[in-house]
Ligand binder design. Structure first.
Ligand code: ZN
Length: 146
């Protein structure tokens, strides 16, 4: 008895049609649907047409190529104290200059704020604010962890 041919004639049983519709709804390309059902892409296209399946959106393609939704701008949500743009090298620092480190420590990129310090603090106005926030946060963390 001869074996069944490798590619049996495409037959759209209710089950296969169901699969076709499911794959179609999921946004698979017709060639992929055909591969899964063992039929040609043209067969899938023709069947989709005959079934009158609505033109789908392709969630798969959308996920990879759709532009990301614009992020909601969070600017000005807080009073951000912007540190001054100018900076000085370590050897240029004086006792009246803000010694807030910027850049990467241990590299040539490391430099310091260099702005006029506040009173007897080691930092300028902006960096005093940042230093204060940081310390209080750290303390909070430590006490809650204990
Ligand atoms: Zn500073």
């Amino acid at each position: 008895m001869p074996e069944t041919p490798a590619t049996p004639p495409p037959e759209w049983t209710p089950d296969r049609i169901k699969t076709l519709i499911a794959l179609w709804d999921e946004g698979h390309p017709t060639s992929e649907i055909g591969r899964r059902l063992g039929v040609t892409k043209n067969s899938v296209v023709g069947k989709v047409h005959r079934l009158g399946l609505k033109k789908r959106q392709s969630p798969i393609r959308q996920a990879s190529t759709a532009p990301r939704p614009k992020q909601v701008k969070t600017v000005k949500s807080k009073t951000v104290v912007k540190p001054p743009a100018s900076s000085v090298k370590m050897e240029e620092l004086t006792s009246s200059m803000c010694c807030w480190p910027e850049g990467e420590p241990g590299t040539d990129n490391l430099h310091f704020c260099g702005q006029q310090v506040v009173d007897d603090k080691p930092y300028c106005d902006a960096h005093c604010a940042r230093a204060y926030v940081k310390v209080s946060k750290d303390r909070k963390k430590r006490s809650s962890a204990a």
